[in-house]
Write a protein of this length. Structure first.
Length: 355
């Protein structure tokens, strides 16, 4: 305000003196059947010009007075005198601006048929402000994974491409400097976006997604320092800058989930196989012990016992019992003979151990 007060006072003083001299020396002028002094007319014109030069800066706005397009002075909220045709007033928000880069979620273009990753935004969507997301290709398992103690089977400890969403909160604290150095909020936003991409490329491409998720606070702090260094001469203040999220596509999430499910099924099948093997071994040992007891206690010959066991296998037992027919050349008879041989071998082994 100081830059314009004294020049304005000087101009108004000259105009008032000129009006007084005009009233004293110049003849009155007839206007609408009335006579008015030239000085009086000059005074009314000055009042109208003053009223037309008054502007209002809102309570949530910052103002800047421009002289022939050049920023010269910051203006606070309230009335502002901006001489018409000579000066210009521009305003911008004084509130904290929260930018989710490169654009708000509803303005992110993620691709279409034939362009699944959305590398190219159609022109008609560009006109609507649509932008592609910031994508980073993470590294796979490496030394950084070992430092963080990432499990070897972690589905996110592998090479993946994902969206990284930065959020920057900032505000303008010197509008004159801001206009002289960066010019507009859109230009500032674009340069901050470029810095985010550069920082992510330097940091995140060296680690796997699993490591990045664990270190997200550390990487957010580095991002904030990088942006603060960028804007140090812009006339703005960074409130915070952080990585809001690392978004994996539905395809990636489904693939990772499928890997986890398959690994769990594999482990379950292995355990199930171990259980079945132990069950069959226990059954076989029990039958062998029973047959041995028949021989020892009842003095039944081994051939008779083996024949009885073969007959039992043919007839079946419990709910599985049924009439069976052995067809020559079929595998059923071979299976029964194999069962009998296995029992016989086990029986001999137990006899040998007993002796």
């Amino acid at each position: 305000m100081k830059k314009i007060v004294w020049p304005a006072l000087l101009v108004y003083t000259v105009c008032l003196i000129a009006a007084l001299l005009a009233n004293h020396y110049a003849s009155p002028v007839e206007i609408f059947n009335g006579k008015y002094g030239v000085g009086t007319i000059m005074l009314y014109a000055l009042l109208l010009y003053t009223a037309a030069s008054m502007r209002i800066v809102g309570p949530t706005e910052l103002g800047c007075r421009l002289f022939l397009g050049r920023p010269i002075e910051n203006i606070n909220s309230g009335f502002a005198f901006v001489p018409l045709w000579i000066f210009e007033l521009v305003t911008e928000t004084r509130l904290v601006i929260q930018d989710e880069l490169p654009a708000e979620p509803d303005k992110i273009y993620r691709g279409s048929t034939g362009d699944e990753v959305g590398r190219t935004v159609p022109k008609e969507l560009q006109l609507l402000g649509m932008k592609p997301p910031i994508r980073v290709t993470f590294s796979g398992n490496n030394e950084e994974s070992k430092k963080e103690g990432i499990a070897a089977d972690d589905p996110y400890d592998r090479r993946l491409t994902a969206e990284v969403v930065p959020v920057v909160r900032w505000k303008i604290n010197n509008f004159v400097v801001f206009l002289e150095t960066i010019g507009s909020i859109d230009a500032a936003r674009k340069q901050m976006e470029d810095t985010c991409v550069k920082t992510f490329t330097e940091m995140l491409t060296r680690v796997s997604p699993a490591v990045a998720l664990l270190r997200i606070k550390t990487y957010s702090n580095k991002l904030e320092k990088a942006i603060e260094s960028l804007v140090v001469l812009w006339g703005i203040e960074i409130d915070s800058a952080q990585i809001k999220a690392i978004n994996f596509s539905h395809t990636v999430n489904d693939a990772v989930q499928d890997v986890v499910v398959q690994e769990r099924k594999k482990a379950a099948n292995a355990l199930e196989g171990q259980g079945l093997g132990a069950r069959e071994k226990a059954i076989l040992d029990g039958r062998t012990d029973g047959l041995k007891k028949m021989m020892d206690d009842l003095s039944v010959k081994g051939e008779v016992v083996l024949g009885a066991e073969t007959a039992r296998a043919i007839a079946g037992e419990g709910n599985k019992s049924s009439q069976r027919t052995i067809i020559a050349g079929s595998g059923g008879f071979v299976d029964l003979i194999g069962t009998a041989v296995a029992i016989g071998e086990s029986f001999k082994a137990k006899q040998g151990g007993a002796s």
